[in-house]
Design a protein around this ligand. Structure first.
Ligand code: PBG
Length: 337
């Protein structure tokens, strides 16, 4: 027999069984931490999304069932992404503030069916804009596309007001224009919507992980990329700068997006600021797990839960994830609520 080591400190003591491990566990993921992004279209049938297995473009009817199931599993918030018909897409994106449009109709229907579910709406022009950019596009003499800032913010305010009138609880600008949080706050307040929250995409990176989402909405930019408004993946100090501006402009919740490849940014913002923080596990992060699991290379449920726990441990209070319903069900089955 080999000699016992003289080891008064043995970290493994705290790991010896599940009862002990659960006492010393530092991070807990709860169904209520999860926000469910849902795609909706103006059709009667639900349509599977090829680029995002397990996700659908929901009809209104199908969406209401899905929201109900997620709610029963403990998910208390959803965020809506509309797939807009091509004929409604224009350079001015006017459909985004049509009071009779798809998003206002869906928001009102969800609030009527489930008043206790928080409905979050995405504010940006890309689903409505024939150029596929988050803002209004101008072309210079050489035909190069540029995205206008201040003019776009004006349209975003109209879009936010349209969502507010329909009953949205939270407005979530994902466009990355400068000054939009402050202007949307002012527009909401002036119209008497001072209780509607703003969840700002504070540090939204120009990421290749959004590919499957753009497939889901057919919303990829028609020309150029989003690098003049979304952040450079190389930067984290710039995220602090964006966050300071959002705090000054009145954001209620800040967000980092994507989540998994940007855990250091989540941590940095958590340490610097007091505001609640969301992180968005985006379509590419979801798809990588789904497809590796479909090929039998990884255990889907275990990797799903570990990926979400990692994001929470890094400092996010809440997570937008296409796994929201599945993860909540998994947690409920384990007795977490
Ligand atoms: C656009 C928007 C995007 C996502 C959410 N809102 C795509 C983009 O910026 O091109 C991506 C979400 C995902 O990939 O899951 N305003």
């Amino acid at each position: 027999m080999s000699k016992k080591l003289d080891l008064p400190i043995r970290p493994r003591r705290n790991r010896q069984n599940e009862a002990i491990r659960s006492l010393v566990r530092e991070t807990a993921l709860l169904p209520a931490d999860l926000i469910y992004p849902l795609f909706v279209h103006d059709k009667l049938e639900d349509e599977p999304i090829e680029s995002m297995p397990g996700c659908k473009r929901w009809s209104l009817e199908g969406l209401l069932v899905e929201v109900g199931e997620a709610r029963d599993a403990g998910v208390k918030a959803v965020v809506l992404f509309p797939a807009i018909e091509d004929v409604l897409k224009t350079p001015g994106a006017e459909e985004c503030f049509n009071a009779e449009g798809l998003v206002p109709k869906v928001v009102a229907a969800i609030k009527a069916a489930y008043p206790d579910v928080a409905v979050i709406t995405d504010v940006a022009l890309d689903p409505y804009n024939s150029d596929g950019h988050d803002g209004l596009v101008v072309k210079d003499a050489a035909g190069q596309a540029g995205v206008l800032n201040d003019e776009t913010v004006h349209v975003l305010c109209q879009q936010a007001l349209c969502h507010a009138r329909a009953g949205a609880d939270v407005i979530s600008p994902s466009d990355m224009m400068d000054g939009r949080v402050g202007e949307i706050r002012a527009a909401l307040d002036e119209a008497g919507f001072e209780n509607i929250l703003i969840m700002s995409y504070t540090a939204k990176y120009a990421s290749a992980y959004y590919g499957p989402f753009r497939g889901a909405l057919e919303s990829a930019p028609k020309s150029g990329d989003k690098k003049t408004y979304q952040m450079d993946p190389a930067n984290w100090r710039e995220a602090l700068r964006e966050a300071e501006l959002d705090v000054m402009e009145g954001a209620d919740i800040i967000m980092v997006k994507p989540a998994g490849p940007y855990l250091d940014v989540i941590r940095a913002l958590r340490e610097a600021l007091e505001l609640p923080m969301a992180a968005y596990q985006v379509s590419g992060e979801y798809l990588m797990i789904k497809s590796a699991a479909a090929d039998g290379w990884i255990d889907e449920e275990a990797v799903m839960m570990e990926s979400l726990l990692g994001i929470k441990r890094a400092g996010a209070d809440m997570i937008l994830t296409y796994f929201a319903k599945a993860a909540a069900k998994c947690l409920t089955a384990k007795g977490e609520s």
